[in-house]
Design a protein around this ligand. Structure first.
Ligand SMILES: *Cc1c(COP(=O)(O)O)cnc(C)c1O
Length: 464
């Protein structure tokens, strides 16, 4: 399969190159040139498959011959064997025809494990084959960092440096990063805020000359196509467990950078009958405002109880716009430039096409807490704040009561215990495999908010 940039100017790449590439050289994002598409009969024939076998069916056409068949099967099986629930992505029913797809049974208790556990293995395989080594550098205010570290901890070809703002990450989230042992793992606590960390990472990607002997930085955020790819699988899995494809299913997705929900859109394009996709956001609601008013306007960042959705712009939205603009790369390059600098509306017919599939809803912290306590009262099911936003948005935007509504459960409530206690709930318990988290030994290095020092540290600590 070939991959093309949403801005039309970068070279076409194959999967192996796309895996290592990150952002395209024209500033765009890579998407498949063409999607595989499946008949209802084919999808129906996958009903009995366990998660890892379904995942192989879905992802192998995207990977092509970059990974040998048996190796890919083993890799995927190994990836999801590490999840604490044998269904991998179980459905919990919270009301009549209403479900939460629990995507938090991976090692770091958030849905990012689905993609990053596979991404680490794919990277290691491809880099080893090429005889190369790479460096992962990322900034995190919470769960991306731990998921990336857990995903790459066993990689022989990768050194990983994760920057977090010193003293500004919750204890559970910090410990999930700093207690993972490994000589190739480096947690850097930066004396600054998240934006300082993020801008050092961005600048380092632009100029990688501080890295010796041809090593490159690999992006593990959701601009990396392989992450989106891995997330397509659970939309199929949820549907097949609810009578699909002979019955439509609706999804509500707590959204930040639009990666997770974009995977649902792709599942639909590949043939899965999906009735609606709800974009659920917190007060950082640029997507909701755009969808409801056809006005794209950046607002200042707000810190909320659902920090993993605290964004100003939503990077993967460009991948959807590319389709809405009939895959015209020049038009997207112009549009992205405009969106960066001014308020933008698009043609009503394009917006109408987006609204055929997507609904949107935004809520503030107060309503998030109310939803947590309301759902607990109804069914003794404790939602994390991100998932609570999804559930409330699902209820507000639902088109058809006969269609099962599935909210993506993006994190375990213990990761965001503050919000749970604010909502009047008891402090949730850590799951068994993390029960000693607060006693484990931590390892991290405090560094000043100074890029030369940070890059110097990385250069000195690369494995031989
Ligand atoms: C990352 C994250 C999200 C947002 O996912 P996107 O793919 O950026 O839309 C939502 N909830 C949790 C818990 C997350 O970690």
């Amino acid at each position: 399969m070939k991959y093309i940039s949403t801005r039309g100017q970068a070279p076409e790449l194959d999967f192996e190159e796309v895996l290592l590439a990150g952002l395209a050289s024209d500033g765009g994002l890579y998407v498949p040139d063409e999607l595989p598409s499946y008949s209802l009969d084919e999808i129906r024939s996958w009903r009995e498959l366990p998660y890892h076998e379904l995942a192989y069916k879905i992802v192998s056409p995207f990977i092509g011959d970059a990974v040998e068949e048996q190796a890919l099967k083993d890799m995927i099986k190994d990836t999801y064997a590490g999840f604490a629930h044998s269904a991998v992505a179980p459905l919990a029913q919270i009301d009549h025809n209403e479900y939460v797809l629990e995507l938090f049974h991976g090692p770091t208790l958030a849905f990012k494990d689905f993609a990053l556990q596979l991404l680490g293995r794919l990277l290691d395989y491809v880099l080893e084959k090429r005889g190369e080594k790479a460096v992962i550098m990322g900034a995190t205010s919470g769960d991306t960092g731990s998921a990336a570290i857990e995903g790459c901890r066993r990689c022989k070809t990768i050194d990983i440096f994760i920057l977090h703002p010193y003293n500004r990450v919750s204890e559970v989230q910090r410990r999930q990063m700093t207690t993972i042992p490994g000589d190739n793992i480096h947690n850097l606590a930066i004396e600054g805020n998240f934006d300082d960390c993020q801008s050092m990472v961005k600048a380092s990607f632009r100029d990688q000359s501080f890295l010796a002997d041809g090593r490159r930085l690999v992006a593990v955020n959701s601009i990396n196509w392989a992450r989106i790819m891995a997330q397509i699988v659970y939309y199929f899995y949820a549907s097949l467990n609810l009578g699909g494809p002979d019955r439509k299913v609706a999804f509500s997705v707590p959204t930040g950078n639009f990666g997770d929900i974009f995977a649902g859109y792709l599942a639909h394009k590949m043939g899965l009958p999906i009735d609606q996709l709800t974009i659920a956001t917190n007060q950082n609601d640029i997507l909701h405002r755009f969808m409801s008013q056809n006005l794209y306007k950046k607002n200042p960042l707000e810190h909320t109880l659902s920090p993993s959705m605290d964004i100003v712009v939503s990077s993967n939205f460009e991948r959807l716009l590319f389709d809405l603009f009939d895959r015209d790369g020049h038009a997207i390059a112009d549009l992205m430039d405009k969106m960066n600098n001014e308020e933008v509306s698009i043609e009503e017919d394009r917006m109408a096409r987006a609204r055929e599939m997507f609904d949107s809803y935004a809520l503030n912290d107060e309503v998030t807490c109310q939803t947590i306590s309301q759902v607990f009262g109804e069914s003794e099911y404790l939602l994390d704040p991100h998932t609570a936003i999804g559930v409330k948005a699902a209820r507000e935007t639902r088109r058809n009561k006969d269609v099962p509504m599935v909210t993506l459960g993006t994190a375990h409530p213990v990761k965001f215990a503050d919000a749970c206690t604010k909502a009047g709930m008891q402090y949730p318990e850590l799951p068994a495999h993390l029960s000693d988290l607060l006693e484990r030994e931590e390892k991290y290095t405090v560094l000043p908010n100074d890029m030369t020092k940070v890059q110097g540290f990385i250069a000195e600590n690369l494995s031989k």
